[in-house]
Design a protein around this ligand. Structure first.
Ligand SMILES: [Zn+2]
Length: 269
């Protein structure tokens, strides 16, 4: 699979003056930074149709994981093992997100085949891969929910307005070419006063600055947007959300941004 040879404008502000970040290029994939708004993005992403089958996430994820394990040196292996160890003392995901989001209908965008939510959550999902969405649908229906197959930014607009109690975008938004539309769709389908949770790689982390082209947040061609806390906040605000980092204290150290996007209770009529 070759990368498309046409370069898109900045997805955040649509202007075409983009600095090519040559040190982050891999094969024919090119990353650029907008000269107007500093947004960092993959300049030549593949279109949705390819993602449905050929480039579906499960295939590239497995290949990247194996490659990364092979290239992990002793210090990185130690850090990795420490992270795995400390995870045991944290809340499990269900408890953690129940505290943050509250119970009810949760829409997991880019859910894959894994259903992480049980009662008092009612799990719904959107998944582009036909194979994975069929598997998730079966499991979600057994729990009272449903998985919708399709491209996130399009499929979400077919769902009812003011309907869901929460939206989950865990390791999703960085894959979404049309992330502004997707966020607008999330805002539309959430009930007033409810929240979306976003977790994306943190392009402004200290590890990214030190690791250069070896930073684990770089994934070609899966990751198409490289958010910083500022650019994620701008995108959330543009869609109508209030924005709150949940890992604010350690954000500069953290390879991920974790944030709540809150739909205000009072909507203009
Ligand atoms: Zn821009």
């Amino acid at each position: 699979m070759n990368a498309p040879q046409t370069y898109r404008p900045c997805p955040a502000c649509e202007q075409t003056d983009v600095t090519d970040l040559a040190h982050l290029a891999r094969d024919t994939w090119r990353i650029g930074m907008c000269t107007a708004c500093d947004f960092v993005f993959l300049r030549n992403p593949v279109e949705y149709e390819a993602l449905e089958e050929e480039y579906s996430w499960e295939k590239t994820y497995r290949a990247e994981g194996a490659k990364r394990r092979k290239h992990r040196g002793p210090i990185k292996r130690f850090a990795h093992n420490m992270r795995m160890f400390s995870r045991r003392f944290r809340d499990d995901p269900q408890t953690k997100y129940l505290k943050l989001l509250g119970p009810g209908k949760i829409l997991d965008v880019g859910c894959g085949e894994v259903v992480r939510w049980s009662a008092p959550f009612i799990p719904y999902g959107i998944e582009i891969s036909k194979t994975l969405s069929a598997r998730a649908d079966e499991k979600m229906r057994a729990l009272g929910g449903e998985c919708f197959q399709g491209a996130g930014a399009e499929r979400i607009f077919t769902l009812p307005e003011n309907h869901f109690d929460s939206v989950m975008m865990h390791s999703y938004l960085e894959h979404e070419v049309h992330y502004r539309e997707l966020l607008a769709g999330c805002f539309r389908c959430l009930k007033p006063g409810s929240k979306a949770f976003v977790r994306v790689p943190n392009y402004s982390s200290i590890n990214r600055r030190l690791s250069g082209g070896k930073w684990p947040g770089l994934r070609y061609p899966d990751h198409v947007s490289y958010f910083t806390p500022d650019t994620l906040r701008a995108a959330a605000n543009e869609a109508g959300f209030e924005f709150k980092l949940t890992n604010k204290a350690t954000i500069w150290l953290d390879d991920n941004i974790q944030a709540l996007l809150i739909k205000p209770q009072d909507q203009p009529t």
